[in-house]
Design a protein around this ligand. Structure first.
Ligand SMILES: *Cc1c(COP(=O)(O)O)cnc(C)c1O
Length: 356
């Protein structure tokens, strides 16, 4: 494996005093990880260096054609003060799958993981201490060719930045109200829905704005062809409890294969719940609710882990789920999974990597 170089910073930021005001993605640490790619040379010069701006030619390909991918994961502080990652290898494996779809060259997943660990060792004091807080990790690759021709770039930059983030739920798991989008679509089969790439987000922002104007916090996307089947929510996969069974849309190529989704499915089975991955018509959800068979609905993703859905609005009907309250299954899965992530519950799956 390539040697990871270290360059010491000369100035340091003030760490936040009040961890209740951290929010998300506003503050970044003193260092970052970086490496570059050039055709013929491969990925080279992996390094942990002071956090810095990039200087890029206005013609740089990522600005014009969006050839980029990213990941999102967290570093957690245990009660004993030590640090741990959750399924980090799976994030880098998924990043290489996104890379393949976006014609970005494959990188060495072990080198990326070691780069992240080295960065975290330097930045360990930035992992917040308050219950529920964590250090958010954002690996990214951008195409950096300074030219306008439409083709895969010959130069890329891989970087990882870190951001201390607040507890997602300050006052317990708060259910969200979601708008089922029936005009715009996010992704189609054969497209880039399964890749974690900026374009999927760019395509979703307008619908998110409209939903917000109507008083909803997020959008639930339906399939891009018939707009009949449930896909996912902005940055969360979707699960329903139908007649006691946990049901989620199967991975069909247009939804993002969430690591939280996979973890919740494995954990739920381990805890004795019945689970099912299949196609789910939005009509089926509304019908189930009308006949009293929709027990709960919740989203899953790294940021919130489990996010209960208190209401779904589809066309003209606002469906209130479980009286707008968090359901017992969502609560139990949330408690168990966050317990594993913070090192307070047993980890029967080998998901946790202690780094300190
Ligand atoms: C990242 C993401 C998710 C959630 O994935 P996790 O690995 O669970 O964080 C779901 N949907 C989309 C579109 C995403 O980008």
């Amino acid at each position: 494996m390539q040697e990871i170089r270290f360059e010491k910073a000369t100035s340091f930021k003030q760490k936040p005093q009040d961890e209740s005001k951290l929010g998300f993605g506003k503050l970044f640490t003193d260092y970052m990880f970086e490496m570059d790619y050039e055709a013929g040379k491969g990925w080279h010069d992996p390094r942990v260096v002071p956090y810095h701006n990039f200087s890029l030619d206005p013609a740089t390909s990522v600005f014009h054609y969006g050839q980029e991918i990213f990941e999102g994961l967290k570093c957690y502080r245990r009660k004993d003060g030590g640090l741990q990652l959750f399924r980090a290898k799976d994030n880098f494996a998924r990043m290489n799958r996104s890379a393949e779809r976006m014609a970005i060259p494959q990188f060495d997943e072990e080198l990326a993981l070691q780069g992240l660990i080295k960065l975290l060792e330097v930045e360990k004091d930035w992992v917040p201490h308050t219950a529920g807080t964590s250090l958010y990790i954002r690996p990214t690759i951008i195409a950096t060719d300074p030219m306008l021709g439409v083709h895969a770039a010959k130069r890329y930059k891989f970087f990882i930045i870190l951001s201390p983030s607040g507890a997602y739920y300050a006052g317990g798991l708060a259910p969200v109200e979601i708008y089922v989008e029936d005009k715009y679509v996010r992704a189609v089969r054969g497209g880039i829905g399964f890749a974690k790439t900026g374009g999927n987000y760019a395509a979703s922002i307008r619908a998110g704005e409209i939903a917000e104007e109507k008083g909803y916090t997020q959008v639930l996307w339906l399939d891009g062809v018939e707009q009949k089947y449930v896909e996912e929510v902005g940055a969360m996969n979707m699960m329903f409890v139908l007649d006691g069974k946990i049901v989620t849309p199967m991975l069909n190529g247009s939804i993002l294969p969430g690591i939280t989704r996979d973890s919740i499915l494995k954990l739920a089975k381990h805890m004795g719940y019945e689970t099912e991955e299949r196609r789910i018509a939005i009509q089926e959800i509304f019908d189930a609710a009308h006949s009293g068979k929709l027990d709960e609905a919740f989203g899953t993703g790294t940021a919130a882990v489990v996010s209960p859905v208190g209401a779904l609005c589809w066309k003209d009907e606002k469906l209130v789920i479980n009286r707008g309250e968090i359901g017992p299954i969502a609560q139990k899965l949330y408690d168990t999974l966050t317990g594993i992530q913070f090192g307070e519950a047993e980890d029967p799956f080998g998901w946790v990597l202690k780094i300190d």
